[in-house]
Design a protein around this ligand. Structure first.
Ligand code: ADP
Ligand code: MG
Length: 367
């Protein structure tokens, strides 16, 4: 009987997936590092047989109305859940189809959302992360498509959105925060360009290492002890794939956007002043706006207003989020008890992003 219930539950889950269209949310919990293990939160993975989609945080003691200590369980469900043992290699396997669809001309956005220290950069922009893995995979698949007549041009950009300004992470370090870059949309072609930024044409996949190193150098120069720059800005790796087929004459153009978001932790406004306050406000606003945009897209309402223009990040990604685009958000969580409250906030944000069409989905399932 239990087995049947499990099968029904999965079937329903899959139907919900189809109805949700092109938006997915994956959750990843990083492992404890060093001596952190003694202060870890209690985290459960209820259905660990096969594909895991559920995660439960066992909450800190809550004072009930009677003053008794109660412990709450906070269950969440996502399209996939990666526990602390999952390696980047395994995580990439689950996104490689999505990544490859950029070769077929799709626009794809993959985001890492979570508080500082939750594993966003490890997952996305480290030398072992999704960015280099995606480049290698795409290059390999492009090679194999040669026998079908396809040749691809691979163009890379790497920018940062900081305080609602765009900086070129592949440009000169001295230009950071000084050189102005504008977003230009071509509505007819549905194409976006950023003025004055460097484009790297990737002739081989190893070049991605230079790109990552250059970007990291640029950012570390701009960082100060009081201002951990990379946590306070969004980084966007943009890979444009322009394909032409010498046999059929077909053309395709797809863009893969890999986004390492600013830390989602809520800084108390009272603590922040001056530049720090400005940073905090622009991060809060842009993350909220991203959530609103994805939620509006996922609501499936025809003709719904999508508030792209409310932040630089969503404005930049406008043509890669709407229409026929595909979107995946990783919600990253820390395994630490001390971070429980931030983790729950992140998971709730991601649930909001994820569940937008569940209401409609349930109706269809009944019919
Ligand atoms: P964020 O970018 O969200 O601030 P990081 O990616 O820098 O977080 O991760 C914080 C620390 O945890 C780093 O030292 C990183 O190497 C480590 N870390 C994160 N995720 C993992 C993981 N899955 N396995 C091992 N170490 C990890
Ligand atoms: Mg980071």
């Amino acid at each position: 009987k239990l087995r049947n219930e499990e099968i029904i539950r999965r079937k329903l889950h899959n139907q919900v997936q189809e109805l949700k269209g092109n938006i997915r949310v994956f959750c990843r919990v990083r492992p404890t590092l060093g001596d952190e293990a003694t202060h870890a939160a209690e985290i459960r993975f209820p259905n660990t047989d096969g594909e895991s989609t559920e995660i439960e945080f066992v909450g800190a003691a809550d004072k009930s109305a009677l003053g008794k200590e109660t412990v709450k369980t906070h269950p969440f469900q996502f399209d996939k859940v990666f526990g602390p043992a999952a390696q980047n290699e395994h995580v990439f396997e689950e996104i490689s189809q999505l990544v490859q669809s950029a070769l077929d001309g799709y626009n794809v956005c993959i985001f890492c959302y979570g508080q500082t220290g939750s594993g966003k950069t490890h997952t996305m922009s480290s030398q072992d992360g999704m960015i280099p893995r995606a480049v290698h995979q795409i290059y390999a698949v492009a090679q194999s498509l040669k026998e079908k007549g396809w040749t691809y041009r691979m163009e890379g950009n790497f920018v940062e959105v900081y305080n609602e300004n765009i900086n070129d992470l592949l440009g000169r370090v001295d230009d950071l925060d000084k050189k102005k870059h504008e977003i230009r949309h071509d509505p007819k072609e549905q194409k976006t360009t950023i003025t004055g930024i460097e484009t790297v044409v990737l002739e081989n996949p190893q070049q991605v290492n230079n790109i990552l190193n250059h970007a990291q150098n640029t950012r570390s120069v701009a960082a100060t002890a009081a201002n951990e720059r990379s946590s306070r800005s969004h980084s966007v790796f943009i890979l444009k794939l322009i394909g032409t087929n010498s046999v059929t004459g077909q053309r395709s153009e797809g863009t893969l956007n890999l986004v390492d978001l600013a830390g989602s932790e809520r800084l108390a406004h009272s603590q922040a002043t001056g530049d720090r306050l400005k940073e905090t406000q622009s991060i809060n606003r842009s993350l909220a706006c991203l959530g609103d945009v994805i939620a509006a897209l996922g609501s499936g309402k025809e003709g719904a207003h999508i508030p792209y223009r409310n932040s630089k990040l969503t404005y930049l990604l406008q043509y890669s989020l709407g229409g026929n685009s595909k979107c995946l958000m990783f919600v990253m969580v820390s395994p630490m008890q001390a971070h429980l409250s931030e983790s729950l906030t992140s998971l709730k944000f991601a649930t909001k992003v994820n569940n937008t069409t569940i209401g409609t989905a349930k109706k269809v399932v009944k019919a």
